[in-house]
Design a protein around this ligand. Structure first.
Ligand SMILES: C[S@@+](CC[C@H](N)C(=O)[O-])C[C@H]1O[C@@H](n2cnc3c(N)ncnc32)[C@H](O)[C@@H]1O
Length: 348
């Protein structure tokens, strides 16, 4: 097994303590970045192209409000004035490549973070009064996948002989579509519990004309691991899966302490033909890691899951659970997102 190289992106860069002024501006800036993405201009910013509120709202939209968002983005240094419009700065190009984090945090978890105090006092309960936006969580993950992990996963999969691949917790199915389109003769199955994410997945699969090669299944992976799937055609596809991948879902599957130790054994049983498991997840930081300077993502990820009552686990715990299920580590690599690891496991 090779020694893992830790990418620069794991390095803490935000000094703690964060002053009240920086915290306030960081909050507004995160919302401005998410607004730029919803307006649909972050790709343009990522390419360094000129933009203006008038042009962005020529077909529809509110020019004055769009102008206010662009001005705020200029105040934060992401754009600079250029005649009647704006030009992206280097910082603007950088935030465009990191947009998935903002879709995840602001789009997906704004209610959870905004109600962290209410959840802590017990006046509000998660999944009764406070919800995450599942479609935004899935979209943010897909954006991170595209900009941060795609090339690495392509490299990892190039060494794996697969014909039918399943992605567990597949979100918008963007990853499974890409993986299947890169491998001639392969088929893919994206399985996700979320109705909105599965609706996006089905629409995107149809738009890409890939219905004959990729199927989006709405199912609870835990149910799939425990019982039979009730749709015969989908069950037949599951039976053919030779490679299983799953990214940023495992911590949810491991949440229940009573089933935690059996999850990977049940995963093997649910996919009896699967020989290779390509699994990635964000793990709990070790004690003392990133104490005085914070990297992107880690604190938000840990806080969101604490608010949802989902415990997180260390790398050592994952590796022990893999070993207990007879899954041998063939390859382990650090992903670009801090404290996130990718494993290629072989079923012996
Ligand atoms: C953080 S997102 C990751 C999405 C995708 N794997 C990616 O990397 O872009 C986690 C996904 O797992 C799904 N999920 C959570 N619990 C699940 C379960 N028990 N069964 C199936 N999907 C689940 C969520 O709906 C969500 O789309």
């Amino acid at each position: 097994m090779q020694t893992a190289v830790i990418p620069d992106s794991w390095r803490g860069v935000t000094p703690a303590p964060i002053s009240s002024t920086d915290a306030y501006n960081g909050f507004i800036a995160a919302n401005v970045i998410f607004a730029l993405d919803r307006i649909g201009v972050l790709e343009q910013i990522g390419r360094g192209e000129p933009l203006s509120a008038a042009a962005l709202t020529a077909g529809s939209g509110d020019t004055a409000r769009t102008e206010a968002v662009l001005r705020a983005a200029a105040d934060y240094g992401y754009l600079k004035a250029d005649g009647a419009g704006f030009l992206p700065t280097e910082a603007g190009i950088e935030i465009a490549s990191a947009r998935g984090y903002f879709t995840w945090a602001v789009g997906g978890y704004h209610d959870v973070f905004g109600r962290a105090g209410h959840l802590s006092t017990g006046s509000h309960r998660y999944n009764e009064d406070v919800y995450r936006d599942e479609a935004m969580v899935a979209l943010g993950s897909a954006q991170c996948d595209q900009s941060l992990f795609a090339a690495q996963l392509t490299d990892v999969l190039s060494g794996i002989d697969f014909r039918t691949i399943a992605d567990l917790g597949s979100g918008t199915s963007a990853r499974v579509r890409r993986v299947v389109s890169q491998r001639e003769g392969s088929r893919g199955l994206g399985i996700d519990i979320s109705r909105p994410a599965t609706e996006i997945a089905r629409a995107d699969i149809a738009a890409a004309g890939m219905q004959d090669r990729v199927t989006a299944v709405r199912a609870d992976v835990l149910g799939l691991l425990g019982t039979q799937i009730d749709n015969d055609a989908e069950a037949a596809e599951v039976a053919e899966v030779d490679t299983v991948m799953s990214f940023f879902l495992l911590h949810d599957l491991l949440a229940d302490p009573t089933t935690r130790s059996s999850i990977f054994t049940r995963m093997r049983e649910a996919f009896p033909k699967a020989h290779t498991f390509v699994l990635g997840d964000t793990m709990l930081r070790g004690p003392g890691e990133s104490q005085s300077a914070m990297p992107v993502f880690s604190v938000g990820f840990e806080l969101a899951h604490a608010m949802m009552g989902v415990p997180l686990h260390t790398k050592e715990t994952y590796e022990r659970l893999f070993a207990d299920a007879g899954l041998r580590i063939d390859r382990v690599e650090a992903l670009a997102t801090p404290h996130s690891w990718l494993y290629v496991l072989q079923a012996d």
